[in-house]
Design a protein around this ligand. Structure first.
Ligand code: ADP
Ligand code: ZN
Ligand code: ZN
Length: 777
């Protein structure tokens, strides 16, 4: 008999500790079912109800029951413990995964059950449901393994003579003669083949075999394996730095700071190759949106079937199979979005995070972890190294590379093909406006479009939409229609002339006159991609040498909803002669087309006005990233940045590729105002349906937090007052927040964890903490 520590998966058990259960010897060896191991989902009872739990450790029962406690303070006596009632699944994680889940809960002040769930295959875990009769039962997961039925040659295959007129039989036999074939493929080709197969099977001419299908492995073409090119001098220095970091085996970090197209991916590929040669595995994280088949093909081209892929646009079944493939040990490289960190890859010696500055590496729901930090923890524990790559590293990472002895920085200063970075021109829209132009496209951008497109080349136009609403504004009284459920203005949609809330989905017809003052002069403020597309269309049609035959490919949230749509649009753009790709932020990264010679940013400054201390950093990064899409091959590229804030340092610095200039202006501001990278922040969010209750609870939490901080750390920390969030109302819930700032070297999480573990839950008001928040909205 052993004692299992079990994290019970009940949401109200938030932030609780694991519970101890006894595990019988039969259960340990899997007598009559799956064996109980760390990482298994099990059935347990807790306070009169049944629940699913996860085993995070299995310990021997000590000889003397009075002696010793386990990690969780539970006596090691099995006598009065409840039993684990059943093992529901095979193991999803090992001791390392369990340790990581516990660390996540402490680090991000998150419920244990939510942290442990990161490690289970998506939607493949059983649930406990309570029937009408009040009894609990286990509901099997909807997702599981799928077998394909294959037709293969039987003993009598070679000697069998089909009858002359048995056409279907002959077709099936011909197909099988060419190789094993799926029943589904035969059915697609020849219609219903069930009786034919049955007849052939009964004579032992063919056999039907069940084989596990691996969904999500398509696009695996070992035939097109690519050989590694010889590295440039800079690339070799980067690979060597990564090797040194790996050899140290203490979780060192290498920041690969390389301009777009400088060959960072090639550096990752060769560093991975060396990792695999030592029998260890690698995980590569890329931003969700750049997880295109091209990216995957690059890794499969080098490592073939050893690559597993994991991202949220895959179906649950595909993800389940990839997860299982990793678990089987066959996958040596996992390429995926941030959640790929939690797949059951063992003996990982290298984690690569590409475009490390991307906001999508931070999860915006609980547990609010940052993949960079989790990977750093994992590599420190597992004796590996972490590689961060970017053309525009985050200020936090630049700071660490500068100050932290475990971090190193290597630069790739030139594009791998020796081409120069394109020149960036800033177009001052305020001056255009003053000279009488009201158009969305400046004279200079229009001229450049005409020149490039008429030569059969391509353009990429970015419409910067973050924090940018397309709203209606009454020119007479200034009225802006707002969502009745959220404190945001409604977004105007050209299609169907509707006003829509992007937070809660509320929609109404756009009013013909101002609902406040009756004025008919409602201005459509800002421009959505649809409207820009219309204006661009008429502009292109009027340009000599361009005209209606030049397609505009629009890429935004609307046109990329369907599975594979993103890919299809990019292929359309690649296949066209002259063409314009018009899109939102999603086009700023990863695109690699030889014949793009012009990049235009229609509105560079929209996010500069957000109440967000990272606004300047984000603007700088966006311009540098999108500029990198131009002139990647033989043809020179140029970039035009339209802005009303031509003097802003983020824009001037980006336009001259001068990161130093940007940092010299930005860092003193951050230091003075007390923002990262000089302090660590936590954002305590408090929300609920009743504004008064939320405000009261926020005050209460503020008082408790201030007291804990006063008693435990003193004056070095600041706990700012509880105030309504910028987005003070969202989907009919009211939101307050409290910002906490601490010196870098302090453990920011511990006092917050203590607060949340001892806080009396208020059924009407929820609270959560975001450690190192991406924004404070
Ligand atoms: P990044 O990831 O920095 O944007 P990539 O690794 O995608 O850069 O490289 C840009 C282009 O240069 C790719 O087409 C790649 O195949 C090519 N390339 C990279 N390194 C080399 C090299 N050492 N020799 C030749 N071509 C290279
Ligand atoms: Zn009005
Ligand atoms: Zn709303």
């Amino acid at each position: 008999m052993k004692i299992a520590s079990v994290i019970v998966d009940i949401p109200t058990q938030a932030l609780d500790t694991p519970y101890s259960y006894a595990v019988s010897d039969e259960m340990l060896v899997g007598d009559g079912g799956l064996p109980a191991e760390v990482g298994c989902a099990v059935l347990v009872s807790l306070g009169g109800r049944k629940a699913v739990g996860y085993i995070v450790s299995l310990d021997e029962v000590e000889a003397s029951p009075d002696e010793g406690t386990d990690l969780w303070g539970t006596p090691r006596s099995a006598a009065d413990l409840k039993q684990v009632e059943a093992v529901l699944t095979k193991s999803s994680f090992d001791e390392e995964g369990a340790a990581c889940a516990l660390w996540l809960a402490d680090r991000y002040a998150a419920p244990l059950s939510e942290c442990v769930r990161l490690f289970t295959p998506p939607r493949a875990v059983p649930r406990i449901v309570r029937g009408r009769d009040g009894r609990y039962r286990v509901e099997e997961p909807a997702i599981g393994a799928v077998d394909d039925r294959w037709v293969v040659r039987g003993e009598a295959f070679d000697s069998f003579e089909p009858r002359k007129n048995a056409a279907k039989q002959k077709a099936v036999l011909a197909a099988v003669a060419a190789g094993d074939v799926r029943v589904s493929e035969l059915a697609a080709e020849y219609g219903n083949v069930a009786s034919t197969l049955k007849a052939l099977e009964s004579k032992d001419v063919v056999r039907i075999e069940h084989r596990r299908r691996l969904r999500g492995m398509d696009g695996c073409a070992p035939a097109c394996r690519t050989a590694p090119p010889p590295l440039t001098f800079d690339q070799l220095a980067a690979v060597n730095a990564i090797e040194a970091a790996r050899a140290a085996g203490e979780g060192r970090v290498v920041l690969v700071d390389g301009v777009t197209g400088s060959g960072k991916t090639e550096v990752y590929l060769q560093a991975i190759e060396r990792t695999l040669a030592e029998g260890r595995r690698a995980i590569v994280l890329v931003p969700e949106i750049s997880l295109t088949p091209q990216t995957v093909a690059r890794f499969r081209g080098r490592f073939g079937d050893a690559v597993a892929v994991m991202h949220s646009r895959m179906s649950d079944g595909e993800r389940y199979d990839q997860w299982d493939y990793i678990k089987s040990g066959a996958a040596q490289v996992v390429v995926g979005a941030r959640s790929a960190l939690f797949t059951p890859a063992v003996n990982v010696g290298l984690v690569v995070i590409d475009e490390e500055h991307e906001g999508s590496y931070k999860q915006d729901s609980s547990p609010r972890y940052h993949a960079r930090e989790v990977a750093e923890w994992m590599m420190a524990r597992g004796g590996g190294a972490l590689v961060l790559g970017s053309a525009t590293p985050s200020i936090e990472s630049l700071y660490q590379a500068n100050k932290n002895p475990l971090w190193a920085q290597v630069g790739l200063l030139q594009r791998a093909n020796g081409r120069p970075m394109p020149a960036i021109e800033v177009v001052n829209m305020a001056a255009e406006f003053a000279s009488g132009s009201r158009a969305m496209f400046s004279g200079r951008l229009t001229r450049a479009l005409g020149e490039e497109l008429s030569l059969g080349r391509k353009a990429v136009l970015l419409l910067n939409q973050r924090g940018f609403a397309k709203f209606l504004l009454c020119r007479d009284c200034g009225f802006v229609p707002e969502c009745p459920h959220c404190s945001t203005s409604l977004t105007y949609h050209e299609q169907g002339s509707k006003l829509v809330c992007h937070h809660c989905g509320y929609s109404e017809a756009a009013p013909p006159v101002c609902p406040e003052c009756g004025s008919p002069y409602l201005k459509k403020f800002g421009a959505g991609t649809q409207r820009v597309e219309l204006e661009l269309r008429s502009l292109l049609d009027s340009l000599p040498g361009v005209g209606p035959q030049v397609p505009i490919i629009r890429m935004d949230a609307d046109t990329t909803q369907a599975k594979g749509a993103h890919q299809a649009l990019l292929e359309e753009f690649a296949a066209a002669d002259a063409a314009v790709l018009l899109g939102t932020q999603m086009i700023a990264k990863g695109l690699d087309f030889d014949d793009v010679t012009l990049v235009g940013v229609i509105n560079a400054d929209t996010q500069l006005h957000l109440p967000d201390y990272r606004a300047g950093e984000r603007t700088f990064q966006l311009i540098e990233q999108v500029a990198g899409r131009a002139g990647r091959a033989e043809l020179d590229g140029r970039v035009m940045v339209q802005t009303y804030e031509a003097d802003d340092v983020a824009i001037r610095a980006a336009a001259t590729y001068n990161r130093g200039m940007f940092l010299r202006a930005e860092l003193p501001k951050r230091k003075l105002l007390g923002y990262p990278p000089y302090v660590r922040m936590a954002n305590v969010l408090i929300w609920g349906a009743d504004e008064h209750e939320v405000a009261t609870e926020a005050e209460l939490i503020h008082g408790q937090l201030a007291e804990i901080v006063r008693n435990e750390v003193g004056e070095r920390w600041s706990v700012l007052p509880a105030v309504p969030c910028v987005l003070g109302k969202l989907r009919n819930t009211y939101r307050y927040h409290i910002v906490v700032k601490a010196p870098l070297e302090d453990d920011l999480s511990a006092p917050l964890v203590r607060l949340f573990r001892t806080r009396h839950p208020n059924p009407k008001v929820s609270a959560a903490v975001d450690i190192d928040p991406m924004d404070l909205l």
